[in-house]
Write a protein that binds this ligand. Structure first.
Ligand code: NAD
Ligand code: MG
Length: 413
């Protein structure tokens, strides 16, 4: 029996993990399940999976959770420290599926035990990549990437011949607004932004996919996981989300991992690793699909991707600031406080305001993260809107140029 813990069990990745566990109950003993505030869902999961412990970050739900699980013998704890406590319990395999930098300390707690960590939480690598990877090495932990692109690369990356890997190619769907007229981007609603064309995911990552900040975060994630330089990490828009990513070798070979867009495939890969499990996902039917298409990302339309790539090159505190500002900006957008284009504008503004901070420890990271959050929370909507207008202006100009050259081409033909 494999002893497993799921951090963030009530989320999209958490529930997909539980779905796989339920299909082979006899193989797993659940050690701990954790959630932010949804005590009802956590109680339902606990009654079915019978973990040794459950932890709820939000203390407000503690009494209700305790009442719901009375008589089960399951240990119940609440508060941020309780989530770390859950991660410290002796599970062999830990799914790190908390969203945001909130996942950093609990995931590190699992790493520090030398556990096998299935890493879905990309924000902890973006915010604290060097420190996180140093902890993985120091404690001899095993890191298995869950993010579909990184899982794809992990499956085809020849770690014994890493010098022969020339680049990695991260594919991106381009999200729901890949070809929306630039002027319409301003009025995009949270409901439209979370409706991803291919993947069903939590709200934060869905908005990140719509701004393409998600791909930017993934570029930084890939840099840490595979030790590739920024120049070796290419982003390729592939709207069908069938090729999940690729690795190019010195001999010109390009290896890819393909599949239907269902997170249960990469999760199953990490849950069974080093063996493969069965997963109940739809099978790929390429003949039915007919064609796969590709295009270069449009950095004018998606300034968030550019900001993330620049933050990786800048290094130091920049990725920490980028991540914290983005978390705040996405929350402000989802709360209806700012417009869609203002998300990247707030991130850019925060990066400029919180500059030159040194990072040498986890405490430095947490301090910079906090400072960036305060700045991002207080960027007035008016300032963000002004910056966002420049994005639309640049986008319109680019569209006009493209339309102009298309017209010229047609005239010439
Ligand atoms: P989600 O919003 O659906 O779930 C997040 C989980 O984290 C929930 O269980 C929630 O209760 C918990 N949580 C949130 N804030 C918390 C806090 N402050 N303290 C403790 N727990 C907290 O998110 P998701 O879509 O499942 O994504 C989880 C992570 O996996 C993210 O980092 C995301 O980028 C990454 N990821 C997700 C997908 C996907 O398909 N959903 C794909 C690739 C990577
Ligand atoms: Mg991904």
């Amino acid at each position: 029996m494999r002893r497993i813990t799921i951090l963030g069990s009530t989320g999209s990745v958490g529930e997909s993990t539980i779905d796989l566990v339920n299909r082979n109950r006899g193989a797993y003993q659940v050690v701990a399940l954790t959630a932010h505030s949804n005590w009802e869902k956590l109680a339902t999961q606990a009654k079915s999976l019978r973990p040794e412990m459950v932890a709820l970050a939000d203390r407000g739900g503690y009494a209700s959770l305790k009442a719901a699980l009375a008589g089960t013998g399951i240990a119940i704890e609440a508060g941020d420290e309780a989530i770390c406590e859950a991660a410290r319990r002796d599970a062999d395999w830990v799914m790190a599926a908390i969203v945001g930098a909130a996942g950093l300390k609990p995931t590190l707690a699992a790493v520090e035990r030398g556990a096998t960590v299935a890493l879905a939480n990309k924000e902890c690598l973006v915010s604290a990549g060097d420190i996180f990877m140093a902890a993985v090495a120091r404690h001899n932990a095993t890191l298995l990437p869950v993010d579909s692109e990184h899982n794809a690369i992990f499956q085809v990356f020849d770690f014994d011949q890493r010098a022969k890997v020339t680049k990695i190619i991260l594919t991106a769907s381009g999200g729901p607004f890949r070809s929306l007229p630039m002027a319409d981007m301003r009025g995009v609603t949270p409901a439209q932004a979370v409706a991803h064309p291919n993947w069903s995911m939590g709200a934060k990552i869905s908005v990140d996919s719509a701004t393409m900040m998600n791909k930017g975060l993934e570029v930084i994630e890939a840099h840490h996981l595979f030790r590739m330089t920024p120049a070796q990490i290419e982003v390729l828009v592939h709207p069908q989300s069938v090729i999940h990513s690729m690795v190019e070798y010195a001999d010109g070979s390009v290896l890819a991992q393909l599949g239907t867009p269902d997170m249960r495939t990469p999760i199953a890969y990490t849950l069974g690793w080093p063996k493969r499990l069965d997963a109940p996902t739809a099978r790929l039917d390429l003949a039915k699909l007919g064609s796969l298409t590709f295009e270069a990302p449009d950095l004018t339309r998606f300034p968030a991707l550019r900001l993330a790539q620049e933050a990786l090159v800048a290094g130091g505190a920049a990725p920490t600031i980028l991540n914290a500002a983005n978390e705040v900006a996405v929350a402000r957008f989802l709360a209806g406080e700012i417009g869609f284009l203002e998300i990247a504008a707030i991130v850019e503004h925060t990066l400029a305001r919180v500059a030159g901070r040194r990072i040498a420890s986890l405490e430095d990271i947490l301090a910079v993260d906090e400072e960036a959050r305060i700045v991002a929370r207080n960027v007035p909507q008016r300032v963000a809107a002004g910056n966002a207008a420049q994005t639309i202006g640049a986008g319109n100009a680019a569209q006009a140029t493209a339309a102009g050259s298309a017209a010229q081409k047609t005239a010439a033909e």
